[in-house]
Design a protein around this ligand. Structure first.
Ligand code: ADP
Length: 269
């Protein structure tokens, strides 16, 4: 049965429009409900960490923002505009491929596996989307990319191919590549999970700098509780496709209220 879309605004307006809003979002695979009527806001400039047991829906939240798949209910908004939907004759209808392509340019993502283009150098990896998606000239894209590679501390590696870089360096190129699109929202999915312990710090330092200096809106899935505690404005504990509990890092880690949160944290910390 299709949902009554009249309950959802065509766009979000007012002074406190969040950069991201999940409104009553449901995602299922057959009978398995992975996101269960999820409501989640991320304010402009906010860093929100998503934690929780395996299978609780954390990665699915990011995947839905990347519009890699359709949702089964609800609406996701980015910067006040519907992402998963678009307006047609005064009502929201499922987004067209064209609408999704346009909206996707606002969302940057870094994954556990960096997926750099192996045949391109670091700077060419960063230039690819600005040239082909945004239509920047090669010169502009190169300047922007060099600046970002410098920001992530790789100014001496710009002409190297990924195979010549360490895992931590490759992940930093991947972060620069995502930033080169000047996204409104950056998503980080377990970006340190595949890295050797000794290079994790160089990647978390880059993310820390983004939080401290660049005021980006970020949503991060992580197993690194210490890092989440240190850099997040807010932490959401997921359980069964819903937010079981959320709060400031001090509240959530220091004084969790729900039994499931307490159990999870005592198992992982
Ligand atoms: P988390 O990131 O919290 O570990 P996920 O969001 O990756 O959890 O997955 C949530 C649930 O959705 C899991 O039970 C997973 O098996 C299921 N799932 C994810 N992707 C698919 C898919 N393409 N088909 C079927 N089930 C899936």
């Amino acid at each position: 049965m299709s949902e009554d879309m009249s309950a959802y605004p065509l766009r979000l307006e007012g002074d406190d429009v969040p950069m991201v809003r999940f409104m009553n979002v449901t995602k299922s695979y057959g009978a398995l409900v992975v996101l269960d009527s999820l409501d989640l806001d991320v304010a402009a400039g906010e860093m929100v960490s998503v934690i929780g047991p395996s299978g609780s829906g954390k990665t699915t939240v990011l995947r839905m923002l990347m519009t890699l798949e359709t949702i089964n209910g609800g609406v996701i908004y980015v910067d006040g505009q519907p992402l998963t939907h678009m307006e047609k004759n005064g009502v929201l209808v499922p987004a067209s491929e064209k609408h999704l392509r346009k909206m996707r340019a606002d969302i940057g993502m870094c994954f556990q596996h960096f997926n750099l283009f192996p045949h391109m150098t670091a700077v060419e990896n960063c230039m690819e989307a600005p040239v082909h998606v945004l239509g920047l000239s090669k010169k502009e894209a190169r300047e922007r990319s060099l600046e970002l590679l410098q920001m992530v501390g790789l100014e001496d590696k710009v002409d190297q191919h990924p195979s010549r870089l360490s895992g931590g360096q490759q992940q930093r190129v991947a972060i620069a590549r995502a930033l080169a699109m000047r996204p409104k929202v950056m998503l980080f999915d377990e970006v340190t999970s595949a890295l050797d312990p000794e290079v994790i710090g160089e990647v978390t330092n880059v993310i820390r700098e983004l939080v401290d200096k660049h005021n980006l809106t970020m949503l991060m899935v992580t197993h690194q509780m210490g890092f989440a505690k240190e850099i997040s404005d807010r932490v959401c504990f997921f359980f069964g496709g819903k937010i079981e509990e959320q709060g400031s890092p001090d509240e959530l880690f220091g004084n969790p209220q729900k039994e499931r949160t307490q159990q999870f944290l005592s198992a992982v910390m």
